[in-house]
Structures are given as structure tokens and as C-alpha cells.
Design a protein around this ligand. Structure first.
Ligand SMILES: *[C@@H]1O[C@H](CO)[C@@H](O)[C@H](O)[C@H]1NC(C)=O
Ligand SMILES: *[C@@H]1O[C@H](CO)[C@@H](O)[C@H](O)[C@H]1NC(C)=O
Ligand SMILES: *[C@@H]1O[C@H](CO)[C@@H](O)[C@H](O)[C@H]1NC(C)=O
Ligand SMILES: *[C@@H]1O[C@H](CO)[C@@H](O)[C@H](O)[C@H]1NC(C)=O
Ligand SMILES: *[C@@H]1O[C@H](CO)[C@@H](O)[C@H](O)[C@H]1NC(C)=O
Length: 615
């Protein structure tokens, strides 16, 4: 029967047959397709059905998916309707063009519902303007280090209401959605500074900015995600207000800040089409607003290039440091506009542009920092583009001092290797630092202070700061305190120990940290707990440990040991290397990145439960 649906979807007469069915019939059919989707083949059939529905028009498709969302019970019906109204046009565009059975369609089923294996990376030859020179990473200069602060995923909620209910049924709470949630009417009131079930009030951000200002950094980096997780409500007005509030706060409190684009920094979220997609879908207004804010923060004219598609390259004043901030959302599995037939190898020629920037830096004997939102090794990043990107990193490994990311809300890192079949300290070539979030949904709010060599711009050390707001209704102003430091807490665990302030934290250093984790589980468990700053630390033993270590060694995502489990894809890894679907996993905004794609996953999960109940 599923084969029939697939064939019908591919047949020219399909639309005629489909037109005889009402929206209600289609809701039942698609819900059945979800229930029957148990493997890659039946997922292709589901796509065939959805494609037929999209053949009947955009609003018809939206009605059907909204209906399926409601009967599945995946979200409150206002959340279903809001999310689908926002992202429907992109889903419509993508489904209409999708060819069931293709590389794109399999990537779709792997990434969104976990029903296909990730298809093999498609070969793509990257050419460079000059061959790789014999140069290697420069040695530290022995000059006194400068301080640079890194923060990420702030997600301030301007509608946060002190005293409102923190225990609600929506993706984020601390808003008076109903009378029962209003201050005075709830037995679970939010405190004035934030709550782990909510995105934070502006006040928390002001407190963190003041703490950063006290440290007096030479400059700061911010790896994106300004906007709150109210994804079913958010629109252009709210995004612009959020951008203004956050970037004004940065301007008022901090000096120079280099920022990057987050997947939440437009409405609808996640949708950043390449220039091959009709321009009506392009969030040009968001790029324009960000470019203006970033120009104000840096005063560097080249930053204005961000108005093209969110990327820029800037030389830090009076230095040999080039900062390249690029748009990683082109490679994000929840960006529906990326599922073109075939998928583009290099959307907007961004990788080509990146190579030109790196070549200029190499020629000028500059060092480079790459800053972006989504880590290339993360399971949210397309594997194809992770691999293409990694080839560029390998070519310019002597020029790139480090890479800096956010997005996962957790404290992690990723190492690149010249040979992934021999991942060792002497094949480790680049280091990606992943900083945790300010939003307290995934652990205490946090920022990081690096000690940076002022000549080579190599990372000599870092200290993570947190404000412990574990208490469900934090009542007093947070205190921002050092939590741990890289050299003191990891370097000391190496043999021989690395403690000397004059030694760089090289890719080899971090590889050796992963070796120490293999040899001594307490080193691993310390890392594991620091990921969420001690918040809801899941158990991790046996294969979970080896898979997590493999992920740290997986800047090229195809080598990260990550596998999809049927029925789900977006929740937090528990470290088994396989993602699991549970009701709990849907309750934390950082896990579900809330929006249409996770909604598909959640419907798929509900369908699985219904199937198991024999419905
Ligand atoms: C609290 O609940 C009462 C009774 O349902 C309602 O009249 C009142 O408006 C609510 N308070 C707020 C602030 O919404
Ligand atoms: C966004 O939503 C708010 C609140 O519902 C509304 O006032 C505003 O007009 C909307 N803006 C746009 C651009 O639709
Ligand atoms: C932007 O934010 C600043 C500081 O909060 C505020 O004074 C200003 O009115 C805001 N501008 C807009 C256009 O919202
Ligand atoms: C935060 O505070 C709680 C409650 O006092 C405590 O149990 C927890 O260990 C603290 N977390 C950290 C990371 O210090
Ligand atoms: C990493 O470990 C190897 C083997 O133990 C050692 O030779 C090398 O010096 C270490 N490198 C760093 C940076 O710690």
C-alpha cells in the first residue's frame, strides 16, 4: 500500500486522483502514512503523500499538516497553527520540488525523522588559488595575553513576566499565556532573574553584560541566537525588537564585539534561502538590521558585507588578526530551503568566498578566527558541507588560529584532523571551541574568558564563568563566578601535565585531553558534567563515553559516530551516539530548536506511539 502511494506520487495522473480527496481525507491519509513510516522506504512514501498534498496548493497543504499536528497531539493547537503558518511557505516550496528517493529526500528523512541513514557524502572538488605551503602554526610570542570574552545563545524574552507560571504546556514559559498563567494566579511563579523552563528576562542579560564589562576584555565574540523560542508567535516585529534590545545592550556595555548570525535571528526561524531561491523568501530585512548593528559594534566598514547574506571578514584594528564570520544556517538541517534538487554544493558561493578570504590572510601573514553559529561537526550540520568545509580548514590550518561556535547550548569542542582514519595528537590540525548558552534552559547561564596571545592570537587558556540559578525561582541578583579553567582542570590531567601559562592550547593539546578521557573516566565525567554546568546531567557509561569522545574528534561530521534512531532526531544526544525520543526530550527548548522540523519529528513520535497502541 505504501508502494502504491509512492508510485502515485510519482505518476503524472496523481494530481487528478488527489483532487478527489477532501482535506479531512488527506489528514487521515497522512496521519496513517506517519504511523506506517518505519524505515527509509516508507518515509519516502510519506514524502510522496505530502508532495501530492502540496500539489493541491499551499493553503491546502498547510490545512492538512495543521490537522495532522492537532490529531497527533504533538503541540497545543495554537502552537501547531502558528508554527505551520510561519514555516508553511518554505515547507511547501521544498516539498513541491522534492523527488522521493533522491539524495535530498533521503537527507530529509535522515535529518528530520531519523528514518534513513545519512546518505554518503557527495564528492565535490574544492580548488584553491595556491598549493598548501610548508608553514606550520606559529609558536607563542611570550607576550602578556589579552582577554577575549565569548558568549552565545542569549535568547532574551522581552515578554518574560516575573510572577507568571513557569510550569506551562508551551515550549517556553514565564509568559501569561492564559489567566491561569498570570502573576498572582499560579503556584509556580517565575523569579525576577530567570528560570530553567523559560528564556531569560532582559535583566539577566544586563547583569551578564555588566559582569563581562568588569572583566574589561580587549574585545568579545558573540556566536548568535538573539531571539526567544516563542517560535509559533514570533514575527518580524518581535525579531527586530529583540535584535535592537540585545545589540543596544552590547553597545552600551561592551567595547568591540564581533558577532555571527544565529538560526533564530529572523522570522520565521531557520529559513535562510540561497540566492537560487526566489528572493521573496529572503530575510533581507534581518541581514540589513544585523549588518547595521554589527557595523555599530565594530566600526569596521567591511562588516557591512553582512547585509548580503550574513557573512563578513574584518581585520581587527592594529593587528594581524582577521575575523571571518560566516552564515552556517545554509548548512543547517532545519533550513527547509536547503532541500533543493539537487542540494547545492556551495550556496551563495560562500565556501568560495571563504577560500578567498583565507588566501588573502595567508598572503598577508595574518592569523584567522572563524566565528559562526553551528559547529561543523554537530549532527544539525549537513555532512556534505561539513566535509567540504573541513577540506578548507586542512588547506589553511597554519593560518587558522581557532574556530568559535555556539548553538548547542552546551560546553563542548571539536578537533579537526588531517587524517580521520588516524586521529592522533600529531594529525590534529584545528580546534573548534563551542561555548554554552546564556539562556538558562540548558544549564546555568554562562560566558567564557579566553587568554589570547596578542601576536599569534592562539588560545593560551580559558575560564568558564557561570551564574548558578538552579533554584527554580531565583530571587537575588546572580553572581557570575569562575566555574573551571581549561589548563588547570584539563591540562593538569595530561601526562606530562600542561600547566605553563606560556603554552598554547593547540589542537594536539585537545586531542590529548580526549585521550585522558579514555584513560581516566573521571576526566570524561568532569567534561560531561561541565557540558550543562552540572544541570540535569544524564548518565553516560560504556559506549556512550566512546561515542562522545568520537564526537569531540569529529569536526568532519561523517566521522562523528553519530547515528539517527528511527522516530527522532532533534533531541539532546544522551551520548549513546544515537538520538532518542522521549517526552522529556521535547520539553527543553535547546533540544527541539522548536519549529516546523521538530514538529515533524514530534508528529512522527506520536505516530509511533499510536502505532504501538494499535490505533
Ligand atoms: C486571575 O484569575 C482571575 C479569575 O480567573 C481573573 O479574573 C484575573 O483576571 C486573573 N489575573 C490576571 C492578571 O490575569
Ligand atoms: C507581530 O505580532 C504582533 C503581536 O501579535 C503584532 O502587533 C505585529 O503587528 C505583528 N507584526 C507583523 C510584521 O506582522
Ligand atoms: C532600541 O533599544 C534602545 C535601548 O533599549 C531603545 O532606547 C530604542 O528606543 C529602541 N529602538 C527601537 C527602534 O525599538
Ligand atoms: C548550583 O547550586 C546548586 C544548589 O545550591 C548546587 O547543588 C549545584 O551544585 C550548583 N552548581 C554548580 C555548578 O556550582
Ligand atoms: C600529546 O601527547 C603526546 C603523546 O603522549 C606527546 O608526545 C605530546 O607532546 C602531547 N602534546 C601536547 C600538546 O600535550
Amino acid at each position: 500500500m505504501k508502494l502504491a502511494v509512492l508510485l502515485i506520487a510519482l505518476a503524472p495522473a496523481a494530481t487528478t486522483a488527489a483532487q478527489h480527496k477532501s482535506a479531512d481525507d488527506w489528514i487521515t491519509t497522512i496521519w496513517d502514512d506517519f504511523k506506517n513510516a518505519v524505515d527509509c522506504f516508507s518515509c519516502q512514501a510519506l514524502l510522496g503523500g505530502l508532495k501530492l498534498v502540496s500539489g493541491l496548493g499551499e493553503s491546502f497543504m498547510e490545512d492538512v499538516i495543521t490537522g495532522v499536528c492537532s490529531i497527533s497531539g504533538a503541540e497545543d493547537s495554537d502552537v501547531c497553527a502558528g508554527v505551520i503558518a510561519n514555516e508553511g511557505p518554505a515547507v511547501y516550496y521544498s516539498l513541491k520540488n522534492l523527488k522521493p528517493g533522491s539524495h535530498t529526500a533521503k537527507t530529509f528523512c535522515a535529518s528530520l525523522v531519523g528514518l534513513c541513514e545519512f546518505p554518503k557524502v557527495r564528492p565535490y572538488e574544492i580548488s584553491f588559488p595556491s598549493p598548501k605551503p610548508p608553514t606550520t602554526r606559529p609558536l607563542p610570542s611570550d607576550k602578556a595575553p589579552i582577554k577575549v570574552v565569548h558568549f552565545s545563545d542569549t535568547h532574551v524574552d522581552l515578554s518574560y513576566e516575573e510572577g507568571s507560571n513557569y510550569d506551562c504546556s508551551k515550549p517556553i514559559c514565564c509568559r501569561a499565556y492564559t489567566e491561569k498563567d498570570a502573576p498572582g494566579n499560579t503556584t509556580s511563579p517565575c523569579g525576577p532573574w530567570g528560570n530553567s523552563k523559560c528564556d531569560p528576562p532582559h535583566r539577566l542579560q544586563e547583569s551578564m553584560m555588566a559582569a563581562i564589562a568588569d572583566i574589561d576584555p580587549a574585545f568579545s565574540i558573540y556566536t548568535g541566537d538573539v531571539v526567544a523560542h516563542d517560535v509559533w508567535l514570533v514575527n518580524q516585529t518581535e525579531v527586530l525588537q529583540d535584535l535592537n534590545a540585545t545589540y543596544s545592550s552590547l553597545e552600551n556595555n561592551l567595547g568591540l564585539v564581533y558577532a555571527a548570525l544565529g538560526n533564530h535571528d529572523a522570522a520565521p526561524l531557520n529559513l535562510f534561502p540561497s540566492n537560487k531561491i526566489p528572493s521573496e523568501y529572503n530575510p533581507q530585512w534581518a541581514y540589513d538590521a544585523l549588518a547595521e548593528d554589527w557595523l555599530t559594534l565594530t566600526g569596521i566598514p567591511s562588516v557591512q558585507k553582512a547585509s548580503e547574506y550574513g557573512s563578513y571578514s574584518a581585520v581587527h584594528p592594529d593587528s594581524k588578526l582577521r575575523i571571518i564570520s560566516y552564515n552556517s544556517i545554509f548548512y543547517y538541517k532545519y533550513n527547509f530551503f536547503s532541500y533543493t534538487e539537487p542540494m547545492e554544493f556551495d550556496p551563495n558561493n560562500q565556501l568560495g568566498w571563504l577560500i578567498a578570504q583565507l588566501q588573502e590572510a595567508e598572503d598577508a601573514k595574518q592569523r584567522v578566527w572563524l566565528i559562526s553559529h553551528i559547529p561543523t561537526g554537530n549532527s544539525d550540520h549537513f555532512r556534505d558541507h561539513s566535509h567540504y568545509f573541513d577540506q578548507i580548514i586542512q588547506r589553511y590550518d597554519a593560518t587558522i588560529a581557532a574556530l568559535f561556535f555556539g548553538h548547542t547550548h552546551t560546553d563542548e569542542f571539536q578537533v579537526s584532523y588531517s587524517d580521520y582514519k588516524d586521529r592522533n595528537w600529531d594529525t590534529a590540525t584545528a580546534m573548534g571551541y563551542v561555548a554554552p548558552s546564556m539562556t538558562p534552559t540548558s544549564g546555568p547561564p554562562s560566558f567564557r574568558v579566553y587568554e589570547i596571545d596578542p601576536v599569534t592570537f592562539g588560545v593560551m587558556d580559558f575560564t568558564q564563568y557561570i551564574a548558578n540559578i538552579t533554584d527554580p525561582s531565583l530571587q537575588t541578583e546572580p553572581e557570575w563566578k569562575p566555574y573551571y579553567s581549561a589548563k588547570a582542570d584539563y591540562g593538569s590531567k595530561l601526562s606530562p601535565a600542561v600547566k605553563d601559562a606560556g603554552v598554547e592550547l593547540t589542537p594536539a593539546f585537545w586531542h590529548n585531553v580526549t585521550v585522558a578521557m579514555e584513560k581516566d573516566t573521571t576526566v570524561f565525567q568532569d567534561f560531561w558534567s561541565r557540558r550543562t554546568r552540572g544541570f540535569k546531567v544524564p548518565a553516560c557509561t560504556g559506549d556512550c563515553i566512546s561515542n562522545e569522545i568520537c564526537a569531540l574528534r569529529g569536526a568532519d561530521a561523517q566521522y562523528s559516530c553519530y547515528k539517527q534512531a528511527p522516530g527522532f532526531s532533534f533531541e539532546k544526544r544522551d551520548g549513546s551516539g544515537v538520538s532518542h525520543l522521549s517526552e522529556e526530550s521535547f520539553q527543553q527548548p535547546e533540544c527541539n530548536h522548536a519549529g516546523m522540523a521538530p514538529l515533524f519529528a514530534k508528529i512522527s513520535h506520536r505516530a509511533k506511539l499510536a502505532r504501538e497502541r494499535g490505533e
